[in-house]
Design a protein around this ligand. Structure first.
Ligand code: ADP
Ligand code: MG
Length: 348
């Protein structure tokens, strides 16, 4: 089922928490809404679920109106499944009874069959008769997900469903969840503040900052062409530097970047102060030292799992970049850097 949001805005008192959010998802597509804490992610999900009354805009499923400010059916009248971080399982029901909860309309034999199949698929059939408090956090989240999937909702809404689970298990859970959702063909909107989670789960990502959409695109597009500082820093891993326009260059504490390599730098005036996002992979140690000001002190050398990296500092600014090998520089030494294939972005 496709879902469209058209110009959804929301206020709490005078405080505008969502501004004109529009999006359209195809049947079976997984969207992640990524944003910092307080950016309005949960509010948007609650509006779609029918837990928060709509103030303006509308939501359509396929082409039929589901909700607007005049018509807002309660959650149970929407073809939607919900999993929230704190959406606990019913403590007095067994795992099997929890999963069967939304299947009340079916005959008992059919219900048992569906529950059995779902538990089997996530490898938790052995837990069917246990009570939730005897399960680990990860097991409980798996059960919560299949409980929500059991009635075959056309749209699934997930709000930070793995936030309370430790990292290695969280990776496994989201991989399994993506597989489950794709297999069921469920159109999904998942909220997260974790960029790694969004990259791992999403067909498309909507980046939300202070209630506004700053980018809505495929993960690769956010990584390659971040349209906003939040996306640049979280998804693309760009580092922020101050600079000043000097002719055809932007001078930074760590070296010069040609303005024609800096996206968004067309309308600059000479001497203007700017803020840039740069990739650590575009920095290298210069062959020659050109200007004493462009020397940086090596603070630390670290191995990140793939590369050796060096952290350099100049006054209050810092930059991390990839080394060719561990002993290319020494901690405490001075280096001059150059921006080789500078693929940088201008923020202001
Ligand atoms: P997120 O899920 O991205 O962390 P929320 O949607 O929970 O953000 O909250 C967005 C903003 O709206 C925050 O400033 C929050 O304090 C505020 N807010 C959320 N719910 C309510 C409410 N029921 N009443 C008043 N303010 C709220
Ligand atoms: Mg939230």
């Amino acid at each position: 089922m496709s879902i469209q949001l058209n110009s959804v805005s929301h206020h709490f008192g005078q405080h505008r928490v969502l501004a004109d959010i529009s999006l359209s998802l195809q049947d079976g597509e997984i969207l992640c809404i990524l944003g910092p804490s307080g950016s309005g992610k949960s509010t948007l999900l609650r509006i779609i679920a029918g837990l928060e009354p709509m103030q303006s805009g509308d939501i359509t499923l396929d082409t039929a109106l589901m909700a607007n400010s005049a018509h807002s059916p309660p959650p149970e009248q929407r073809p939607i499944g919900l999993v929230f971080q704190d959406h606990a399982l019913f403590p007095h029901l067994t795992v099997a009874q929890n999963v069967a909860f939304g299947l009340g309309r079916l005959a008992a034999a059919q219900r048992d069959q569906i529950v059995g199949q779902l538990l089997e698929r996530v490898g938790l059939a052995a837990l069917a008769q246990r009570y939730p408090h005897t399960l680990s956090g990860g097991q409980q989240q798996r059960i919560a997900l299949i409980r929500a999937l059991a009635p075959r909702p056309r749209v699934m809404l997930l709000d930070e469903p793995f936030a309370s689970v430790d990292t290695p298990l969280r990776r496994q859970l989201r991989q399994d969840a993506r597989q489950e959702l794709k297999q069921a063909g469920t159109t999904t909107i998942m909220v997260t503040h974790d960029p790694e989670e969004a990259m791992a789960m999403a067909d498309r990502i909507l980046a939300l900052v202070e209630g506004e959409t700053v980018q809505f695109d495929r993960p690769e597009a956010l990584w390659r062409q971040p349209a906003h500082r939040f996306v640049a820093e979280t998804i693309a891993g760009l580092q922020t530097l101050r600079g000043r326009v000097a002719g055809d260059y932007i001078a930074t504490a760590f070296g010069k970047l040609a303005t024609d390599r800096v996206r968004g730098a067309a309308a600059l005036t000479n001497g203007q102060a700017v803020t840039l996002g740069v990739r650590g992979s575009s920095v290298s140690i210069a062959e020659e030292v050109t200007a004493p000001a462009a020397r940086a002190a090596v603070e630390d050398i670290r191995f990140d799992g793939m590369h050796w990296t060096a952290l350099v500092k100049h006054e209050d600014q810092q930059l991390r970049f990839v080394l060719d090998h561990e002993s290319q520089v020494q901690t405490g030494g001075l280096v001059a850097l150059s921006f080789t294939d500078a693929d940088a972005i201008l923020y202001s």
